[in-house]
Ligand binder design. Structure first.
Ligand code: SF4
Ligand code: ZN
Ligand code: ZN
Length: 316
C-alpha cells in the first residue's frame, strides 16, 4: 500500500486519494466514509424499515460481499431488522465453487444465514446446459439468458425466505452504465427503471441498491483494506457487450476527469425526474407456466427456456 502524506481528517498516514474531491484518507477514515455514505443513501431513499427482513443478493464478487459487510455494520440503526444472503448457483462448471466458499466464509463470520438456490433446482437446467442448447441459434447471448433467469431466481428465492427487501450491490458505475445504455438505445422506460429503490409491484420483492452512489473503484479499495475475501475467477461466459464499451468509455472519462461518473449519474437522474410514471409496472399478470409476475402471458424466463426447447410448450 502506498502512503500519501497525511489524512485530511486525522494525523494518520493517508492511503487513498479521492480524486474528485481532493481528500486524502487513512484506512480508518476511508472505511468510515464508505459506511457513512451507504447509511446516508439508505436513509435518503428510505430503503429499509426498522423491522425489515433484508435479503442480500450475494454473487461472491467484491461488490456483493462488501455490501453484506457494510449492511452488517449498519445493523445498529435497524436493531429489529434481519439479514439473509441469497446465492444463485447458475451451474457453470468450475466457476461457482470459489464464490460459494467466499460466501460461506463471510456469512459465517457475520452470523448471516446463507441460502443457495440453483438454476438446476429452479429450472431443471444448469447454465452450461442452457448455453449448449443456445449454440448455433444466433439468438440471445448466454449472459442475456443468465440475466433473465437470475433476476427471476432472486425474486423466487427472496419470496421463499419471506424477505421484505432484496438488496442488490449495483454500484455507481453500474447505474451510470445502465442509464447510459438505455439512453443510447432510446429506451426511456429502461432509463426510468434504473433507480435506487425499484417501483413496488405485486409479486416482486422490492429491490434496493445501497451502493448506488459509490464508485466501483472505492468498493474495490474498501474490500482490499477491510480484508473482505471475494471471488476472483471470471465467469467463462463473460462477453464483450455494448455494456463493456459503455463501461470503458465512462472509465476513460472518469480517469481523465475525476467526478465525471457522479456528474453523469446525477444528470441522468434529473432527466428521470421528467419520466415519472414510465417505470410503473402496470398490467402485470401471472405467468401461465410458473406463476411469477410477467408483463405477458408467459414470463421471459419461461419463454427463453421454451424457445431453447428446454421446457414443455406454453399452455396458451
Ligand atoms: Fe451470467 Fe454472464 Fe454473469 Fe456469467 S458473466 S454469471 S453468464 S451474466
Ligand atoms: Zn484519517
Ligand atoms: Zn414463467
Amino acid at each position: 500500500m502506498i502512503l500519501l502524506a497525511t489524512c485530511s481528517f486525522c494525523n494518520r498516514d493517508a492511503v487513498y486519494v479521492r480524486r474528485y474531491s481532493g481528500e486524502r484518507l487513512c484506512v480508518g477514515c476511508f472505511i468510515r466514509s464508505i459506511e457513512k455514505k451507504v447509511r446516508r443513501t439508505v436513509s435518503r431513499f428510505t430503503m429499509f424499515r426498522p423491522d425489515e427482513h433484508i435479503a442480500v443478493a450475494l454473487s461472491g464478487g467484491k461488490d456483493s460481499v462488501s455490501l453484506l459487510h457494510v449492511l452488517g455494520t449498519i445493523e445498529d440503526a435497524f436493531p429489529h431488522a434481519s439479514v439473509s444472503a441469497i446465492l444463485i448457483d447458475e451451474g457453470v462448471a468450475g466457476y461457482r465453487r470459489e464464490a460459494i466458499e467466499v460466501a460461506e466464509e463471510s456469512c459465517t463470520q457475520l452470523g448471516i444465514p446463507l441460502h443457495i438456490y440453483s438454476f438446476s433446482d429452479l429450472y431443471g437446467r444448469s447454465l452450461d446446459e442452457i448455453a449448449d442448447a443456445s449454440k448455433g441459434r444466433g439468438g440471445l447471448s448466454v449472459c442475456s439468458y443468465c440475466g433473465v433467469l437470475r433476476r427471476k431466481a432472486l425474486n423466487v428465492a427472496a419470496k421463499d425466505l419471506h424477505a421484505s427487501k432484496l438488496a442488490l450491490a449495483h454500484n455507481l458505475d453500474d447505474e451510470a452504465q445502465s442509464m447510459m445504455l438505455s439512453l443510447l438505445r432510446g429506451d426511456l422506460v429502461g432509463l426510468a427503471r434504473v433507480r435506487p429503490v425499484l417501483e413496488k409491484a405485486e409479486g416482486f420483492v422490492q429491490r434496493v441498491k445501497p451502493f448506488c452512489e459509490i464508485l466501483e473503484t472505492e468498493i474495490a479499495f474498501y474490500a482490499q483494506v477491510t480484508g473482505v475475501r471475494f471471488q476472483h475467477r471470471p465467469c467463462p461466459y463473460k462477453e464483450t457487450s455494448m455494456r463493456s464499451d459503455v463501461r470503458r468509455f465512462i472509465t476513460l472519462l472518469e480517469d481523465k476527469h475525476p467526478g465525471m461518473t457522479y456528474g453523469l449519474y446525477h444528470s441522468l437522474r434529473k432527466i428521470q425526474a421528467n419520466l415519472e410514471g414510465l417505470d410503473a409496472k402496470e398490467g402485470l399478470q401471472l405467468c401461465q407456466i410458473c406463476g411469477e409476475p410477467s408483463s405477458g402471458t408467459i414470463c421471459r424466463a419461461c419463454q427463453s427456456l421454451h424457445d431453447l426447447g428446454l421446457t414443455t410448450a406454453p399452455s396458451t
